[in-house]
Each structure stands twice: as structure tokens, then as C-alpha cells.
Design a protein around this ligand. Sequence first.
Ligand SMILES: NC(=O)C1=CN([C@@H]2O[C@H](COP(=O)(O)OP(=O)(O)OC[C@H]3O[C@@H](n4cnc5c(N)ncnc54)[C@H](O)[C@@H]3O)[C@@H](O)[C@H]2O)C=CC1
Ligand SMILES: O=C(O)C1=N[C@H](C(=O)O)C[C@H](O)C1
Length: 233
Amino acid sequence: MKIALLGYGKMGKTIEEIAIQRGHEIVIKTSDEDGYDITLADVAIDFSVPKAAFFNIVNCLKHGVPVISGTTGWLDNYENAVNICMEENGAFIYASNFSLGVNIFFELNKQLAKMMSQLKQYNVTIEEIHHTQKLDAPSGTAITLAEGIISEHTAYSKWLLNESKEQVIPITAKRIDSVPGTHIIDYTSKTDSIQITHTAHNRQGFALGAIVAAEWILDKKGVYTMKDVLNIG
Ligand SMILES: NC(=O)C1=CN([C@@H]2O[C@H](COP(=O)(O)OP(=O)(O)OC[C@H]3O[C@@H](n4cnc5c(N)ncnc54)[C@H](O)[C@@H]3O)[C@@H](O)[C@H]2O)C=CC1
Ligand SMILES: O=C(O)C1=N[C@H](C(=O)O)C[C@H](O)C1
């Protein structure tokens, strides 16, 4: 398939490498919003920056090009993107994390939260660690993890960055060297702790997941998630 890479940074370059290995062609690679004809592509993959993602997604949908977005930090506009996709009869997937491992971790997190909901002596925290170039905090993945806990655990109704109070899941964001992405869920009581951790060793899992999503969406219309693509949970 012919792929447009909207964002040709760390992720765009990793996706290019794996897409070519899988027999795909990169017809557009761009680092800004001008000067390309999106209709040359069968599918677009957006890994850009928070302030560009919504424009990139809408541009694809308006031109009938299915779009996969992994960009984080733009989700105030997610419902608008969903509505535009419906109006245009387009195809769209956003995921805060495309890796298979994290998508399994999302399910594990929800199952653990359901069990822990009955045990009020434990308090939950989330920690995420990423490279120092990351623009947004907390990570999109940490937000999805917090939403997963809120959906299953009766003691929590929202998350906050670096703030701990009643009904709140505190998220801590650390920025260290070139860490690709680590997420830790911790339940602590006075007597012990339970932790589950996902550690990305590199960006290849994210990139492969985004390409698998692009291959999957080609013949579809509508708004989907990685759960649909991977058929898990
Ligand atoms: N969902 C997932 O699985 C993952 C999501 N991410 C997210 O993907 C995004 C990109 O990550 P990286 O590649 O590490 O960042 P990066 O900073 O290496 O690359 C972003 C690229 O986007 C370009 N860009 C700026 N404005 C643009 C525009 N209007 N149109 C197209 N490109 C534009 C920048 O010049 C840069 O080359 C971030 O939001 C990050 O959080 C990163 C890894 C995995
Ligand atoms: O910016 C990154 O690098 C990553 N961003 C995503 C996020 O915000 O969750 C996914 C992954 O953790 C890497």
C-alpha cells in the first residue's frame, strides 16, 4: 500500500523502515502541513506534534484518505475528529499506544483495577518515564491507563499530574535521557505494594502496531481503536 507519513521524526523514520520491510511504499513524508497531495496515498500515518495532529487528520478525512494517528497531546479535539470522520464517511484510528505489549497491558490494568476496587486499603499511582524530547506530559498512554482504572475502580473519578487527593489518580511524569517509554501502575497499602510495569525497549513495537492498523483499516469506514485491530480484551 501507498503510505503518507505525516511527521518524519523518530517514529516516522522507524515506521518507514518497517513499512518497507513489509512491502509498502512511502509516497509522502512530511514535517509540515503544506506542499503535498494527500490523495497520492492509500493511507496516512500521523506521528507529528500535538498542535499539528488535528489539522493533519481532518485533511486526510476531507480527502477520503484513511488515517492512523499516534500523536499524543491533542485529545481535546478527539470528539471533533470523530464527528468529522462520520460526516465524511471516512476511516480513522487514534491510539495513545500502538504496541501489542501495551495493548495487553491496558487490559491487564483494567482487570487489576476491578479486583483492587474491593480493597480500599490500597492507593493507586501511575508513573511514566520518557525521553527528554517528549513535548507532552503526562503521556497519552498514562492517560489511557488512568481512564482504564477509573472505568473499573469505584474509588477514583479523575487523574491529575503530580497531585494527590481524594478520588484522584496521581500521575508522575519523569523525563530521562533517551527512554522510549515506561509505565508503572502501583497499588500500595500500609503492608505491601503490587506493581505492574510495561517497558518499551525501542520504538519498533509502536511502529509495527501503527502499520498493522493501517493495513487493517484500508477496506473499512468508521472510527476504530487498537482493540478492534488486535481483537483482544
Ligand atoms: N501512539 C504511539 O504508539 C506513540 C505515540 N508517539 C507520539 O507520536 C508523536 C511523535 O513522536 P516522535 O516521532 O517521537 O516525535 P519527533 O519529535 O521525533 O517527530 C515529530 C515530527 O513531526 C514533525 N512535524 C511538526 N509539525 C508537523 C506538521 N504540521 N505535519 C507533519 N509533521 C510535523 C516534526 O518536524 C518532527 O519531525 C508524539 O506525540 C508522541 O507522543 C510516539 C511513540 C509511540
Ligand atoms: O513520545 C513518546 O515517545 C511516546 N509517546 C506515547 C505516549 O505519550 O504515551 C507512547 C509511547 O509511550 C512513546
